[in-house]
Design a protein around this ligand. Sequence first.
Ligand code: FAD
Length: 334
Amino acid sequence: MQNVYGYVGTSETTSRSSSGGAFMAIAKAFFDEYGEKARALGVVFGEDLNVEYAVAETFDACRAFQGSKYVQSDATGTIDRVVNLLNEGFAVLFVGTPCVAAGVKKAVAARTLASERLWTVDLICHGTPDKRVWRDYLSWLEKRRGARPVEYSFRYKKVAWRGYPVYVKLSDGKEIVDTYEARTYVRAFLKGATMREACFRCPFKNLDRCGDLTIGDFWGAEASFDQDEAKRGVSLILENSEKGAAIIERMRRDAEVEGTRLQKIDDDVFMRRQDNLKRALPKPPQYDAFWDAYKKDGFDAAVRRAGFFTWKGRLRARGIWLLKKVGLYSALKK
Ligand SMILES: Cc1cc2nc3c(=O)[nH]c(=O)nc-3n(C[C@H](O)[C@H](O)[C@H](O)COP(=O)(O)OP(=O)(O)OC[C@H]3O[C@@H](n4cnc5c(N)ncnc54)[C@H](O)[C@@H]3O)c2cc1C
């Protein structure tokens, strides 16, 4: 098996990253190696929160990529961009879901002789929801709240690393932090109800990875990292090639200088809660109910009929909120 690492970056980085900020540490190592000849491709929230690929010309510009967007990204023109950059003499760091990373790698190998300057990082991936569902969810939220979502985080670290807390900023300046209503999209995502059919036949859910490095969440990191680090989020990194090993070596040196932590993991504790490295996602029981209602009557009908937005759920969430407010929640939970 390949070398495996856990990584926790500075608190400034982890506060904006989905797990321990491995992506930013990798980007730093890459930009330090290639300087002005480096370019990175990652996923941003573009106009109207459209999820799409963009090019970063500097390490600082990579900050726009931080934070997982649990949506199928718009990859139109991405392969051409990568090939053109390589042909212009740049080294390119590409980060994406394994299906897109594998496609880019294959196309690049067929279209240019410069593929040794392409570095790939693939993500451990639960699956990517259809982007129509994301757009319809945003419109649904806008209709319910009377203002447009303008900022979004799927992993709001001010609340926690675990549990996928959601943050939304609306066009009227109001902020929504992890309410039952705002979490409707993420509930359906975690159950797998909004995935594209192809995700249930995903051939990438194993340790045979396409990227030079693979990154994901290190669930179970408490065994190797202290409590404070585990609270901020820990990244899991799989080193899959010699290029990957060269980046890891640079990260090791950076970690010594920055006081961040890159820790080699010698047991398979990271696999215990990583079903997405073991098998394709099974189709959930709510799948057909969701899509039948979605195609006929739209997002609101779909989330209600598949049980992701119910009166019972709302009442329960309200009850938990009240108990937390009066300080009784933790005691009752015990
Ligand atoms: C759709 C999706 C499903 C995932 N499922 C799992 C899972 O089941 N288990 C697990 O351990 N980890 C999963 N991850 C990875 C996890 O959310 C973190 O990205 C990972 O832990 C790295 O965190 P970080 O702190 O290093 O990165 P961050 O600093 O948060 O950087 C995130 C990186 O992901 C890229 N990215 C963001 N959104 C997308 C997107 N929609 N498509 C392609 N690339 C994107 C960005 O370009 C950036 O490079 C998933 C990520 C995505 C996007």
